[in-house]
Design a protein around this ligand. Structure first.
Ligand SMILES: Cc1cc2nc3c(=O)[nH]c(=O)nc-3n(C[C@H](O)[C@H](O)[C@H](O)COP(=O)(O)OP(=O)(O)OC[C@H]3O[C@@H](n4cnc5c(N)ncnc54)[C@H](O)[C@@H]3O)c2cc1C
Length: 158
């Protein structure tokens, strides 16, 4: 189960998704250097549990897609549902320190739920704060619907 699998790995800030596998001493020849296999998140087979990077990537996909299809004129109930969702999400996201930081962000900058535009822009901002924290480039929020709903104008995703 992804949530259980990701939790222990994500309790401490893991510097990257790389894992290094060193064979047991019995397999290591004294003459040859120990063979080392390095996997990054993208290279891991699909059946492997999610590491922090893959979990994050898939989760952002879900969150941005939810925001992309949020109504332009949401009812009070729809707005309340999405606020409750992000509140609960921030408590159960299976990367402990990511979740804690996200809870703090929600306190100072709660979800903007008055329209699809406002929710998508808010989420883009939240994602950019994580990007900044971990040294990734900021995303241009004016392109958020192109990325998560409409696809590029060149039709390459149609
Ligand atoms: C709530 C949350 C908190 C996290 N906190 C941490 C943390 O504290 N430390 C940590 O190491 N990792 C954290 N992560 C994981 C991290 O954000 C990345 O998901 C992970 O490092 C993989 O990065 P990536 O380069 O594949 O792209 P991701 O950041 O996963 O982004 C996926 C795609 O989204 C698009 N995108 C990028 N930025 C934006 C944006 N601002 N708005 C819209 N679309 C965008 C891009 O097309 C990108 O390819 C968190 C994830 C989540 C969901």
């Amino acid at each position: 189960m992804p949530a259980e699998a990701a939790q222990p790995a994500a309790k401490e800030p893991a510097p990257s998704s790389s894992t290094t596998t060193t064979p047991p001493p019995s397999e290591v020849s004294a003459k040859k250097p120990a063979p080392v296999t390095t996997n990054t998140g993208d290279q891991l087979p699909k059946h492997c549990p999610l590491d922090k990077e893959r979990l994050g990537r898939h989760t952002w996909g879900l969150l941005h897609t939810m925001a992309a299809y949020f109504p332009d004129q949401p009812t009070a109930e729809e707005q309340s549902n999405v606020r409750q969702f992000f509140n609960a999400f921030s408590k159960v996201y299976p990367c402990e320190y990511c979740a804690k930081d996200f809870q703090q962000e929600l306190k100072t900058d709660p979800p903007e739920t008055t329209s699809q535009h406002s929710l998508s822009q808010w989420l883009c901002r939240m994602h950019n704060r994580v990007n900044q924290k971990i040294g990734k480039p900021a995303f241009d929020c004016s392109r958020v619907n192109e990325r998560w709903r409409d696809g590029p104008a060149d039709g390459s995703c149609d």
